[in-house]
Write a protein that binds this ligand. Structure first.
Ligand SMILES: C[S@@+](CC[C@H](N)C(=O)[O-])C[C@H]1O[C@@H](n2cnc3c(N)ncnc32)[C@H](O)[C@@H]1O
Length: 244
């Protein structure tokens, strides 16, 4: 039986593809050694890069997601090691060739202190000249209704006869970040319908801010990259840091 956290993760993140070409490009340019995917979830990117011949370490703080990543990698015989750890304090016991932080995971670490703790942990795993790249959501203000004339379509999947739908319903500003509000709704094979609220807070962070935070920690900022917005997802600015 698939864990609910795994299903909701796949519903809300699994179909995003706009960033894949950037991570593939950075992975192809990295030196020898594994690629560390921080906040890897169930492996949307880790498995994609492994299918292209890269060794990948996928790190996630959610034990169920890390276990599912390990299961999927083993089932597909792909070179992915899943690590259950917090990005703010981890020790892989080895160096990596590249660190990537897709889909705003850097904005889930609890603000400047959490980001600094992560950047220090990551620096211990990077040789001089190796890169760390992290996607940061473009700023969005107001509610979903303020920004669009129509509500965005829900993310939907069907698993074992139950339909899972996640509806974005609002964006609320708080000091230092925004809270994205969703309604998670299920309809089981008997037609029973259940709904519950879900919120995720994204810390405010820009490439310029993260570059300034990273400099005293031994990184040099390169030109930021962009992931374009799609109909369903905001665009991202990708901060690219080189370990000094
Ligand atoms: C928005 S999802 C992105 C998942 C995946 N990288 C993708 O792009 O599809 C954020 C992920 O970061 C993980 N995460 C959140 N806080 C974390 C932390 N402190 N350390 C490691 N992972 C964390 C979550 O469990 C979740 O899997």
């Amino acid at each position: 039986m698939t864990a609910r956290s795994v299903i909701w993760h796949d519903v809300e993140c699994g179909s995003y593809e706009a960033d894949l070409s950037l991570w593939r490009e950075l992975a192809a340019q990295a030196g020898a050694g594994p690629i560390l995917d921080v906040g890897a979830g169930t492996g949307r990117i880790a498995l994609d890069l492994a299918r292209r011949g890269h060794e990948v370490v996928g790190l996630d703080a959610d034990a169920e997601l890390a276990a599912e990543l390990a299961r999927r990698a083993a089932a597909a015989d792909l070179p992915v090691t899943a690590v259950h750890a917090d990005a703010r304090d981890f020790d892989l016991g080895r160096r990596v060739a590249l660190v990537i932080v897709p889909m705003q995971t850097l904005q889930l670490l609890g603000g400047p202190q959490g980001r600094a703790a992560f950047l220090r942990s990551a620096a211990r795993h990077l040789a001089p000249g190796s890169l760390l790249a992290a996607a940061l959501a473009d700023a969005f203000e107001g509610s979903v209704d303020d920004e669009r004339t129509e509500r965005p379509l829900p993310d939907i999947r069907e698993v074992d006869g139950t339909v899972y739908a996640s509806h974005p319903v609002g964006v609320r500003r708080e000091p230092g970040g925004v809270v994205i509000e969703r309604i998670r709704e299920t309809v089981d094979p008997a037609g029973t319908r259940e709904a519950e609220g879900n919120e995720i807070r994204l810390d405010d962070a820009s490439a310029a801010l993260v570059a300034a935070e990273a400099e005293p920690l031994g990184y040099r900022a390169l030109a930021p990259r962009r992931v374009p917005a799609t109909e369903d997802y905001v665009g991202s600015e990708v901060v690219v840091l080189c370990r000094g």
